[in-house]
Design a protein around this ligand. Structure first.
Ligand SMILES: Cc1cc2nc3c(=O)[nH]c(=O)nc-3n(C[C@H](O)[C@H](O)[C@H](O)COP(=O)(O)OP(=O)(O)OC[C@H]3O[C@@H](n4cnc5c(N)ncnc54)[C@H](O)[C@@H]3O)c2cc1C
Length: 333
């Protein structure tokens, strides 16, 4: 039986950041994710000979430690300053809006950030969906007190647990460890969804900037994805996100209908999509928190050593997720 100091469930940025600090401090860590890769919503898909980022599009680095980490990656050519702010589409007009603050992107694809955060020494179990975390009736002598389960099978036993997943999933997995008021508090954190349409283009859209934020009934964001890749030889590619409100009201629609609606909206704003090959569509059920918890981590009051982490704790963004993971590690250490 695999018995570790800390089980980390979810290898999104927060889970990876926590794993990194805990492993560096000498703790035995097991990182578990239901997907086949790490990075969570910092996601990149291989598509038609290129890499398209269908989750997070850029990140900021305002806090001291994250800025130092990002600057190191800029120095080694893994991260670049992608923009200093994006124009916004309002009432059909593109309005300039750069604020000079750097927005960063990974040249090889956004999922690279998680890979850069994670030391090779951390053991990962991928493709495994944790269904419950149970407190052992009799803790083992070395302090091991939780059992992590995937269905009927035990994934590992652990002294401490970090839960890196959206709040409603946390309630489903670790409901027995929560008090009634904690459960209510978590279920009140709303995460808005996002439909994402991406693919390669035969012809670029008529937009001179790398991306465009949209105030539009259907559209939320348009990204000329190839501009993040850096090389002139990269195929033209695009990522379009529907707005949170539109995605919420069309969450259960047929993906083909969603594609048609986004394409029609792009035509309507004068940026028709001329696909080079079939595009892909992805639904993020829990894309971004509407408002966060206001704390870097969520500490379970009656379950010692169990922490909830993620962008929904503070910040609602890439940087917030990383800082949440680092903060949980610091508290566990
Ligand atoms: C479409 C979209 C656009 C975005 N744009 C931006 C942007 O431009 N800038 C920005 O800063 N942020 C952006 N974000 C937000 C950013 O992606 C997130 O803030 C950040 O990636 C969250 O990281 P996390 O670690 O909190 O969670 P996640 O990335 O969600 O990680 C959670 C992980 O847990 C795993 N998991 C969940 N349940 C289980 C389980 N039961 N068992 C095992 N594994 C489990 C999941 O597979 C996932 O890998 C965007 C997000 C989306 C979806």
């Amino acid at each position: 039986m695999n018995c570790v100091d800390v089980a980390i469930i979810g290898a999104g940025l927060a889970g990876v950041a926590a794993a990194s600090d805990l492993a560096t401090a000498g703790k035995s860590v097991l990182l578990i994710d239901k997907s086949r890769g790490i990075g969570g919503r910092m996601a990149t898909r291989r598509h038609a000979g290129t890499r398209i980022d269908h989750g997070a599009q850029f990140f900021t680095a305002r806090s001291e430690r994250f800025a130092a980490f990002v600057n190191g990656l800029v120095g080694s050519g893994i991260v670049q300053v992608w923009s200093h702010g994006f124009p916004i589409l309002v009432d059909g007009l593109v309005c300039a809006r750069a604020d000079g603050h750097p927005r960063y992107a990974c040249l090889a694809g956004m999922s690279e950030l998680a890979k850069q955060l994670l030391p090779d020494t951390v053991e990962c179990v991928l493709g495994t969906q944790v269904t419950s975390v149970i407190r052992l009736a009799d803790p083992i002598r070395d302090g091991t007190r939780y059992e992590i389960l995937a269905g009927e099978s035990t994934v590992c036993l652990a002294r401490d647990v970090v839960l890196n997943m959206p709040p409603m999933q946390l309630v489903a997995v670790a409901g027995d460890l929560l008090t009634d008021s904690e459960r209510e508090q978590l279920l009140a954190i709303e995460m808005e969804p996002c439909w994402a349409l991406g693919g390669c283009l035969a012809e670029d859209i008529p937009l001179t900037t790398v991306a465009l934020e949209c105030q539009h009934p259907v559209l939320g964001w348009i990204s000329r994805n190839h501009t993040r890749r850096g090389a002139a030889s990269e195929p033209l590619s695009i990522m379009v996100h529907a707005s949170g409100a539109w995605s919420a009201s069309h969450l259960e629609d047929d993906p083909l209908d969603v594609r048609n609606a986004i394409e029609a909206a792009m035509r309507e704003i004068g940026m028709p999509l001329h696909w080079d090959s079939d595009p892909f569509i992805h639904r993020w059920r829990y894309a971004k928190p509407v408002a966060g918890l206001g704390e870097e981590v969520f500490r379970l009051s009656t379950s010692p050593g169990v922490y909830g982490v993620g962008d929904w704790c503070i910040g609602g963004r890439v940087e917030g997720a990383v800082c949440s993971g680092w903060s949980a590690a610091q508290q566990l250490l």
